[in-house]
Design a protein around this ligand. Structure first.
Ligand code: ZN
Length: 289
């Protein structure tokens, strides 16, 4: 009886173990390895690539892409990637990683998600330059998704029709939400808003809003600038100060207290892009009504 049990058990093991191993390995090895810089791009790549791709994000949740340093372990993990979808806007953060990544992986295709997107001036008046946060516009997201699709087709031509179908379906959802938000913000009374880190420049452009940044040159503001901002907030009847999770809320709270307003958190780097943009639009509607 005991011998029979042992034989049965070893038979079960033989059946289970080999069946399990290849499944585990195929989860990343058989798929097209794609690396992106920030979480919103992960949804873009997954939407287009579906089960043909395996996506890795460089900047983890809660970290700022402006300051994040990629670890050597991350670098090693990424050495087999076939495609790097960079944000591509004029910020330094991606450049140092990319140089290292490309040196490690010369076969990797680099796609610039910003190709074809018209950049706007940053709202941080003390740090002139172009606003790098292109993904906070649904209209820009359409272009980013198209660029990602082109890259996927280039590294995996046999998936072309699959990728293009997925791209069209996702772009339809982006356009639908864009129209929804435009309609929902049509009747707002106030158009100016204050935010600690000016991530929402393209969102503001799309819906006729005016973004005022608390940051000065990407740093904590000086007292004189805070005084001016508080006056401007009072003049423009601003009642909500927006903050994002990766920055301190201290200055935002000071201004909110001075103007009798409140601080509201919205996340420009959330991974669930469409859901998050809908949530953000709701916060803007509530703040600007
Ligand atoms: Zn930023």
């Amino acid at each position: 009886m005991a011998r029979l049990l042992i034989i049965l058990l070893s038979l079960v093991c033989l059946m289970v173990v080999p069946a399990c191993q290849p499944v585990q390995q195929s989860s990343s090895q058989d798929k097209i390895g794609v690396v992106v810089t920030i979480l919103p791009q992960q949804e873009f790549v997954t939407a287009v690539g579906g089960d043909r791709v395996y996506v890795t994000v460089m900047v983890p949740p809660g970290a700022s892409p402006h300051t994040y340093e990629v670890t050597p372990a991350q670098m090693a993990l990424l050495s087999k990637a076939r495609l790097y979808a960079k944000v591509g806007t004029p910020v330094e953060f991606e450049l140092t990683w990319l140089e290292k990544l490309i040196a490690q992986n010369r076969d990797m295709l680099v796609v610039d998600c910003s190709k074809g997107i018209g950049l706007v001036e940053s709202s941080d008046e003390h740090e002139p330059g172009m606003d790098p946060h292109i993904w906070t516009s649904l209209k820009n997201a359409v272009v980013m998704v198209s660029n990602i699709c082109q890259g996927l087709v280039q590294v995996d031509p046999s998936g072309r029709s699959y990728y293009e179908q997925n791209r069209d379906a996702y772009i339809a959802r982006l356009n639908a939400l864009d129209g929804e938000i435009e309609a929902s913000l049509k009747d707002i009374k106030n158009h100016a808003f204050i935010v600690y880190h000016p991530s929402w420049g393209y969102f503001a452009r799309d819906y006729g809003l005016q973004q005022l940044a608390i940051e000065e040159g990407g740093k904590e503001p000086q007292a004189a600038y805070m005084v001016r901002l508080i006056q401007e907030a009072k003049n423009k009847n601003i009642k909500v100060i927006f903050v994002s999770p990766e920055f301190s809320t201290r200055n935002a709270e000071t201004i909110a207290a001075e103007i009798g307003g409140r601080v509201v958190a919205i996340d420009p780097l959330a991974g669930d892009y469409l859901d998050n943009m809908r949530k953000v639009a709701g916060a803007f509607k509530e703040a600007l009504k």
